[in-house]
Write a protein that binds this ligand. Structure first.
Ligand SMILES: Nc1ncnc2c1ncn2[C@@H]1O[C@H](COP(=O)(O)OP(=O)(O)O)[C@@H](O)[C@H]1O
Ligand SMILES: [Mg+2]
Length: 313
């Protein structure tokens, strides 16, 4: 069963085309990342999945249920931790969770049990009688996750869950969500912390300007970037030796450090070592630096201002 199907989704807000023919699928059980610069359309896509926005064109399904025609069935399977805080501020947080569970058809006794469990899972059970307003920023983030979990969703959607949270909480949330995924929950995560996607996601979709640019594993994406083979020579060389190695893009020398760029540093390394050996240069150290996913991402999305201006006729 496919967890999410997006099929040629379009969303227009007046003149703004927030989604411009977005299509991709997420498998049941996947940890899937949606990456893209601000304004790419990530939140708009999520809003369509949960029924907060209506698509102007195309369609979307969650576990086989059309998000519009079978709204109830689709929505009941989703737990959403939204980007913006949208919480009833006047009730103790355990009550907010009980209301939420009740709204999704869970009986009061079970709702109370689930509320306690969700608060324990995210580590704020001792704040159960506190109002949302009075929680610290980090606890608010934890609470949003608890609220997403209280219905025991098959699909957990996290929209920039770690934006502006400290490192410790970020690690905590990562561990937690990883565990939920290990136990079978499908996760859709939007983020612009590339490290987050790299660590957590099985696959990522890169979006820009309402369209999908690419879907791949973080590893596949990384391998598209340029690697650098950094060779530390035993002593300073007079100049760069003659390099005739297939796959090497560029060689630079700075003191004892020789940097060789290549699409795949691993596959040129043996020839590089042989070349240096023949030139009589001893190697003290050798290190392969892979392109970071961040570099590849920036390259693929090219922030607007870096794009050549399109001339209107
Ligand atoms: N309710 C709205 N009304 C008008 N424009 C909107 C609305 N929501 C989003 N947009 C616009 O749609 C585009 C995509 O926004 P959004 O989905 O929030 O992107 P992201 O979550 O990737 O940062 C942006 O240009 C944004 O200004
Ligand atoms: Mg957003």
């Amino acid at each position: 069963m496919t967890a999410i199907v997006a099929d040629d989704l379009v969303k227009e807000y007046g003149d703004v085309r927030a989604l411009d023919g977005l299509s991709f699928e997420v498998e049941d059980g996947e940890f899937f990342g949606l990456l893209g610069p601000n304004g790419a359309g990530k939140t708009t896509f999520i809003n369509i999945l949960v029924g907060l926005a209506r698509a102007s064109g195309g369609r979307a399904e969650v576990f086989g249920f059309d998000v519009e025609d079978d709204y109830r069935e689709a929505r009941d399977r989703i737990g959403l931790a939204p980007q913006e805080f949208n919480v009833d501020r006047f009730f103790p947080i355990h009550e907010v969770l009980e209301h939420k569970a009740g709204y999704h058809g869970i009986d009061p006794e079970e709702a109370a049990r689930r509320a306690d469990e969700a608060l324990k899972t995210v580590g704020i059970y001792d704040k159960r009688d506190t109002r949302f307003d009075w929680l610290s920023g980090g606890m608010k983030r934890r609470f949003l996750l608890a609220r997403a979990l209280v219905t025991d969703p098959d699909l957990l959607i996290l929209d920039e869950p770690t934006a502006g949270v400290d490192v410790e909480l970020r690690r905590d949330l990562w561990d937690l969500v990883q565990r939920l995924n290990d136990d079978g929950t499908t996760v859709l995560l939007t983020t612009h912390y590339i490290e987050e996607a790299e660590r957590l996601c099985d696959r990522v979709a890169i979006m820009d300007e309402g369209r999908k640019v690419e879907v791949a594993t973080p590893d596949e994406l990384q391998s598209r970037g340029t690697d650098t083979l950094v060779v530390t020579l035993a002593s300073e060389a007079v100049g760069v030796p003659e390099f005739d190695v297939d796959g090497v893009n560029d060689v630079t020398l700075d003191g004892r450090t020789l940097s060789v760029t290549a699409d795949s540093a691993g596959s040129v390394a043996p020839d590089v070592v042989r070349t240096l050996d023949r030139a009589g240069l001893d190697i003290a150290d050798l290190e392969i630096r892979r392109a970071s996913l961040e570099e590849v991402f920036v390259d693929m999305t090219r922030l607007d201002e870096e794009k050549p201006a399109e001339v209107e006729a």
